[in-house]
Design a protein around this ligand. Structure first.
Ligand SMILES: [Zn+2]
Length: 132
């Protein structure tokens, strides 16, 4: 396995955080004033204790269907950021082989190598599509 340089890790992390900000902005725009205040209260201005709170979990608890897509993506980002801290950023969670740096830069939330991702998508192809 190729060790990612600190630089690589930082650029992936920055991409994740940028995307996180964009998603949160979308969420804010989606929510009406009342929900927004609720969200603001939960997220708080107190960086001390609430650091470990998962924003995606908070949003899911609010049960706001309108922002489902954003919640899913925020979860992916949080999972990937957690992986960043464990420094196995470029390890496929399925087979343990290396996820190429180019793939990670293109898809910063990638958790799997290309072949595992394809298999995963085939297996779960029917998930997440609500039948109306
Ligand atoms: Zn794999």
């Amino acid at each position: 396995m190729t060790q990612l340089t600190q630089n690589d890790i930082e650029s992936i992390e920055n991409k994740l955080r940028e995307h996180q900000q964009v998603l949160l902005e979308e969420v804010r725009n989606e929510l009406d004033e009342r929900e927004n205040q609720h969200l603001a209260a939960i997220m708080g201005n107190d960086p001390g204790d609430s650091c470990d709170i998962s924003l995606a979990d908070v949003l899911a608890d609010l049960n706001i269907v309108r922002v489902d897509r954003q919640i899913n993506e925020l979860r992916e980002i949080e999972a990937k950021l957690a992986q960043t801290r464990e420094s196995n950023l470029n390890e496929c969670i399925d087979c343990g082989r290396e996820i190429g740096l180019q793939r990670l830069l293109a898809y910063p939330t990638a958790m799997r190598c290309v072949s595992c991702q394809e298999r995963h998508e085939q297996m779960y192809a029917h998930e997440g599509r609500p039948s109306l």
